[in-house]
Write a protein of this length. Structure first.
Lengths: 59, 191
């Protein structure tokens, strides 16, 4: 009885670790892709770093 | 000192900027939310995401645009020594309107539902506006100052990629992910 309980006690963390490992593999699978890119603004009047306006008190 | 006077002092920049359209190197457009529209919803775990900060600093929202997961914690902080309020106009989620009269005060909020384009504004300082997008998957990004973005770990499949900007609207394009691919996607906005 005591041996069965000890075995069960060992199995729980082993199963948990295995589950975590599988989850980790799935998340970082080499089949998954990294998508990268760039968003460009083609405005004609708004090409400065910032479109700025001043408070009324600053004209 | 009144709230507007505080924001107008030289220390807090005499020149306040509307950051509605902000571009950097190579005309890259900042603060665009790029995300997968139809795809692996429910993928990932919001518990893996650290709290995200919406700060009010020098009478500006920092950052101005936030993309986050459902159930991820949003920390709203007032770093200014003046009154701000954070008025969040959500439609799918519960909006809120909280006053933050003291420097250093923080409030914690979460959103439960997928929603893009949640408007944020300060009723005290009309130039303070921002946006929040909430996703029920992990596949989103906000463009950096140079307009670049990156999304990791997207499983193979057919997707629609969306680029959303608060003032300029949205663009979409289809995208196919195959095993081991490293796709590059470019969007363009015009005024």
């Amino acid at each position: 009885m005591h041996t069965k309980s000890k075995t069960f006690g060992l199995m729980v963390p082993i199963i948990a670790l295995a589950f975590l490992a599988v989850t980790r593999l799935d998340t970082d699978s080499p089949e998954h892709a990294t998508v990268s890119g760039k968003v460009i603004f083609r405005g004609t009047t708004q090409s400065s770093e910032l479109i700025e306006h001043f408070w009324p008190s600053h004209g | 000192m009144g709230s507007n006077e505080y924001c107008a002092t030289a220390q807090h920049s005499a020149q306040h900027r509307s950051q509605a359209v902000s571009t950097g190197a190579g005309n890259g457009l900042r603060d665009v939310i790029v995300y997968v529209e139809e795809g692996p919803r429910g993928v990932g775990n919001s518990e893996n995401h650290a709290p995200v900060l919406l700060d009010q600093k020098d009478c500006m929202y920092v950052p101005r645009v936030i993309a986050m997961r459902t159930s991820q914690q949003l920390v709203v902080r007032n770093s200014d020594a003046t009154l701000h309020n954070v008025h969040v106009y959500a439609t799918e989620n519960r909006g809120f309107n909280i006053g933050q009269p003291f420097q250093g005060i923080e409030s914690n909020k979460t959103f439960d539902t997928h929603e893009v384009g949640i408007r944020v504004k300060c009723d005290v300082h009309g130039w303070m506006t921002g946006s929040i997008a909430v996703f029920d998957h992990d596949f989103f990004a906000v463009t950096a100052a140079d307009g670049n973005f990156s999304m990791e770990n997207l499983p193979p499949g057919e997707y629609t990629l969306v680029a959303w900007h608060q003032s300029l609207g949205r663009r979409t394009q289809p995208m196919t992910i195959t095993a081991g691919s490293t796709p590059e996607v470019h969007f363009e906005f015009e005024s």
